[in-house]
Write a protein that binds this ligand. Structure first.
Ligand SMILES: [Zn+2]
Length: 148
């Protein structure tokens, strides 16, 4: 299955979701969902502020439980993620959530393509400081008027 997710043709999101029944000793089989996501997401590099393509991979297994209450009750006791069985289960929303969680907090190039950006930023900062008139400079014309 392939979904472009509105990210444009250059940024495909490939994902697969596979259902699986795992036998439980002395009980009914557990239903599991294995989710694999392989995507490239365009973000902004936080170091040079240029666009950066970030590769995302998600490989997770979820176990279905009867309802939200069961999920909440068991959530602390098991390592896997739990999903409540529901007729309107939204797989696309789950894929989206998992991708959002896999996004880096601070996206960055491994090696930024531009290295002069910081110098330019410093120059602009300096120019701004120079342009701001010194408080006493504003008073100078008044002083001049008084002496004449
Ligand atoms: Zn960068």
């Amino acid at each position: 299955m392939q979904e472009t997710g509105g990210l444009g043709s250059d940024h495909l999101v490939n994902w697969t979701a596979a259902g699986e029944l795992r036998p439980v000793p002395g009980g009914t089989d557990d239903a599991w969902l294995c989710l694999n996501i392989d995507a490239t997401v365009p973000l902004t590099c936080q170091r040079c502020l240029e666009p950066v393509d970030v590769a995302l991979t998600v490989d997770r297994a979820f176990r279905f439980v009867a309802d939200e209450e069961t999920a909440a009750a068991q959530d602390d006791d098991c390592e896997e993620d739990l999903l409540a069985l529901s007729r309107d289960f939204d797989l696309a929303a789950l894929v989206e959530d998992e991708m959002l969680m896999a996004l880096p907090l601070v996206p960055m190039h491994d090696t930024c393509p531009v290295h002069v950006k910081l110098a330019v930023a410093d120059e602009a900062f300096g120019a701004e400081a120079m342009a701001k008139p010194h408080p006493f400079a504003v008073l100078a014309p008044l002083k001049g008027d008084k002496s004449s």
